[in-house]
Design a protein around this ligand. Structure first.
Ligand code: CP
Length: 362
């Protein structure tokens, strides 16, 4: 069944169709009030969420459908040791589509390969958050009027920030995008995203620790939270948590047409005083997320009716290829085979199909 696990599962043309549908939904909501009558969405949230879970639920209700699910792992049978694969098979008996947030990277992919209904990745650990990216793209499209010829500053936790990784993967396919990566040394963008996204697609990028220096160049400033839950070392989090705080004084150096996005939740990285600035687009972004999730539910349910399938991945199983990422779903899921995809035949580089951790065989 066709699912959304990673933003690159959708072509640029498909993303444009979703943007057009989301815009139409926002302008003509009455057209869609019965679009999912009789359909059910399950929201399986093994990690906390406000926006993603509730906007998915609001989206389904506004399409005339129904919703069931849970908001914490402790209220599901995962707490008794049930696997992701079995959970996905169970849910396929009860609902028409499911959205999953999970702390383990690759968990939604495991669900998608075991379900007979569409699965949506609503955030898997530090890996991907493709529906946030769809909301980000819609916001930039509506606010800046285009998705090409942009200078985008990504600021904060670029190491664990799954929203930034997904956003860069999406923008790799648009023309003339310049990226300014603003982070402390310790939270720089992982090398694999730099090499396999930015460099592979010829995107211009610079790295800096200075938000002030980057500010005047930006069309979009994408702020992110320093995520306490991704740190193994609390002292390190304490040392880095206030690295960037956006204030009205810093906003003064930005272009009048610049827009500030943030996937939210924020802690203190954007002063509440910035909310009054018309360039602050993050609450409009949260509203766009609902329209985008409505468009996505419609698309995946239609494709399920048409019998459209996920693309089959070419995978390799080799006893020397074992994923050792403790955040990968393969570290906990029962009897899950370690599978890899060959991403660089010349250098013998493989990536785990669940979490994309790197292994080499040379
Ligand atoms: N942006 C986002 O994913 O927010 P939640 O964690 O509240 O869902």
């Amino acid at each position: 069944m066709r699912s959304l696990i990673d933003i690159v599962d959708f072509s640029v043309e498909e993303i444009q169709q979703l943007l057009d549908t989301a815009c139409d939904i926002s302008e003509n909501p009455a057209k869609y009030v019965d679009a999912c009558r009789g359909k059910k969405l399950a929201t399986l949230f093994f990690e906390p969420s406000t926006r993603t879970r509730l906007s998915f639920e609001a989206a389904m209700y506004e399409l005339g459908g129904n919703v069931l699910g849970f908001s914490q792992a402790s209220s599901s049978s995962a707490s008794k040791g049930e696997s992701m694969a079995d959970t996905a098979k169970m849910l396929s008996c009860y609902v028409d589509i499911m959205a999953i947030r999970h702390p383990k990277e690759g968990a939604p992919y495991v669900a998608a390969t075991n379900a007979s209904i569409p699965v949506i990745n609503a955030g898997d650990g530090g890996h991907c958050h493709p529906t946030q990216t769809l909301a980000d793209l819609l916001t930039i499209y509506r606010e800046n009027g285009r998705l090409d010829n942009l200078t985008i500053g990504c600021c904060g936790d670029l190491k664990y920030g799954r929203t930034v990784h997904s956003l860069l993967a999406a923008f790799a396919r648009y023309a003339n995008i310049k990226v300014i990566l603003i982070s402390p040394e310790e939270l720089k963008l992982p090398k694999y995203v730099k090499y396999e996204v930015l460099e592979k697609y010829g995107m211009e990028y610079v790295e800096t620790t200075s938000l002030e220096e980057a500010m005047p160049q930006l069309d979009v400033l994408y702020m992110t939270r320093i995520q306490q839950e991704r740190f193994d070392n609390f002292d390190e989090y304490e040392r880095l948590k206030d690295s960037y705080i956006l204030t009205p004084e810093k906003m003064a150096a930005g272009k009048p047409t610049m827009r500030v996005l943030h996937p939210l939740p924020r802690v203190n990285e954007i002063s509440v005083k910035v909310d009054e600035d018309p360039r602050a687009a993050y609450f409009r972004q949260a509203l766009n997320a609902k329209y985008m999730r409505m468009a996505l539910i419609l698309k995946l349910l239609k494709e399920a009716e048409e019998g459209k399938q996920m693309e089959t991945l070419q995978t390799v199983e080799d006893p020397r290829l074992i994923c050792d990422n403790p955040r990968c779903i393969s570290s906990t899921e029962q009897e899950l085979p370690h599978k890899f995809k060959l991403v660089d035949p010349e250098r013998g580089i493989y990536r785990c199909i669940y979490c994309e951790s790197k292994k080499t065989l040379n």
